[in-house]
Design a binder for this molecule. Structure first.
Ligand code: FE2
Ligand code: FE2
Length: 117
């Protein structure tokens, strides 16, 4: 789980660099698409784990995933249609939000799985 998070964060950092340095929009958009795909897979894997272990906070955690995914998709849409400058700001918000919420919720899940495991 932690390795997955590190990979996602690395991808977001690379994306932020690319956007800051005004790299080709197409390549940033590709990275963003990759991020969407990876984060979707990551969430799915966690959700399977929650279901398997009858995690008591499954609904809550799934709702968090859904709203994060929605935000990421909204960001992608905004980036693909809009300018660059705002995207960088949005990305910073997205990044800190993902870090805080994702890690907090997942820490709880990991703890639960460890105690029953
Ligand atoms: Fe996670
Ligand atoms: Fe999660």
């Amino acid at each position: 789980m932690d390795r997955g998070h590190k990979e996602l964060m690395a991808l977001i950092n690379r994306l932020a660099d690319g956007m800051e340095n005004n790299e080709q929009k197409e390549s940033c958009s590709n990275m963003l698409g990759q991020f969407v795909e990876r984060i979707g897979r990551h969430f799915l894997a966690e959700e399977e784990m929650m279901d398997r272990h009858h995690y008591p906070k499954t609904m809550e955690h799934k709702a968090l995933h859904a709203s994060m995914l929605e935000d990421v998709l909204a960001f992608k849409r905004a980036y693909d249609t809009g300018g660059n400058a705002e995207s960088v700001t949005l990305l910073v918000i997205l990044d800190s939000w993902l870090k805080r919420d994702m890690l907090d919720a997942d820490k709880e899940l990991a703890k639960f799985v460890a105690t029953i495991g």
